[in-house]
Write a protein that binds this ligand. Sequence first.
Ligand code: SAH
Ligand code: SF4
Ligand code: F3S
Length: 479
Amino acid sequence: MSSAHTQRIPQEEIEKQYHYMQEVAALNIQKESESGKKSFAQIRNFGCQMNEHDAEKIHGMLLAMGYETTDKSENAAIVIFNTCCVRENAEEKVFGHLGALKALKRNNPDMIIAVCGCMTEQPTIVDEIKKKYKNVDLVFGTHNLHRMPELLYKCLQDNHRIYETSRTDKEVAEGLPIERASNIKAWVTIMYGCNNYCSYCIVPYVRGHERSRMPEDIIKEIKELEESGIQEITLLGQNVNSYGKDLETPVTFAALLDMICTEADVPRIRFMTSHPKDLSDELIDVMAKHKNICRQLHLPVQSGSSEILKRMNRRYDKEKYLSLVEKVRAKIPDIAFSTDVIVGFPGETEENFTETLYLFEKVRYDMAFTFIYSKRTGTPAATYPDQVPEDVVKDRFERLLATQNNICRELNEACVGKTLDVLVEGISRTSDSHYTGRTDSNKIVNFTSNKDYTGKIIPIKITSAQTWSLEGEVAENMD
Ligand code: SAH
Ligand code: SF4
Ligand code: F3S
């Protein structure tokens, strides 16, 4: 019986994929005994945290299929591009790399080139790959990630090109292998897709409708991570505030977060992204109640002008956003805000832009991701008149960056002399005794230490500040 609610993909389908993982592994063993060489795979990842985490799933499946990963295409039996299309330059990069592999494939015709991720959910892109990139053997969409073993097996066996981008909306895959990039920090997806249709954004078209995972599946995964000693978990969703509305028994994001903090004991929990239109009082209260929820909130504003926000279809205005920031600060005074912002949205006037500058001065973000508007075919904004000229956009972008850099530096300078808890992530690139980690508020801290505290949360006394990072030393009571 079909249902309006999100369901798990049937167990038989997942088992079928495990079967194909074994089939591919058997092919690889055979190849290895013939050639004496291990089969290597290269994953080339683009885009957001969601894609980084999908790459961990791809990695998990590849290992189960008997591949070892490599960072050199020359050694690879298979190269997988996990793509992003949020802005035009992300797509151009992928096409550039695909073109560059043509020569390699001529010398090594058995090499499989696969393209998956957000780009492949656009029919025009798939057509372009078909026509211009004949070196690509396998294409599958974000909805078909769990079917990679079967598709790859067919590609290896039948030796013809395979394209699969059909939709399985209202379903989520559970129980596939994940090979995590870190044993200190982990991503946990709580929902897929987006229903918001901001007028500039391609994500809802390529990631599909909102689909939430069942709370019990999320908690199970988090408990396993807790047992493995994970120190920090980031819950992922395009808008976590919509979590659970599509489940048979609806659950709010605040209730899920409360459940996670009550049932599991992970030192740090973060989440992203929160859409300002539906950040609830209940969520602020849950954040205030649990000390292991990081004092950090990513709250993308996109523009400081109510007129632009309306045309962006963001469903809040400048006043509502600012009062939300105040409300959160009243309950959680040490909260650090971060944001995403777009410069040069169609029709943005100098006055509209000045409002964004003003909002930045007012909120004083600890961190901001600033983007130049990129026209995405198929989105409403692509047809809006008054696209802003490139030189005007560039000038605004530089001014916004300068404003934000000043704020970042001032906020960082205010940390000097303080002792902050830092989750140590490992040795920084500069020297052996130089380590790097992050504060609860997600600031980068570099420090020297004779002892290796990797994977631990330790107090660091901040000694100096830069725009993007802090310098410090291990607080005296630790050494
Ligand atoms: N779901 C998240 C963000 C996903 S995309 C949210 O709503 O906040 C990440 C960021 O890319 C967005 O926040 C936006 O700032 C930016 N972005 C999306 N589409 C864009 C476009 N067409 N041009 C420029 N930046 C864009
Ligand atoms: Fe894109 Fe808006 Fe959805 Fe974020 S909320 S993914 S910006 S449509
Ligand atoms: Fe992420 Fe890019 Fe897709 S930002 S959701 S990988 S379009």
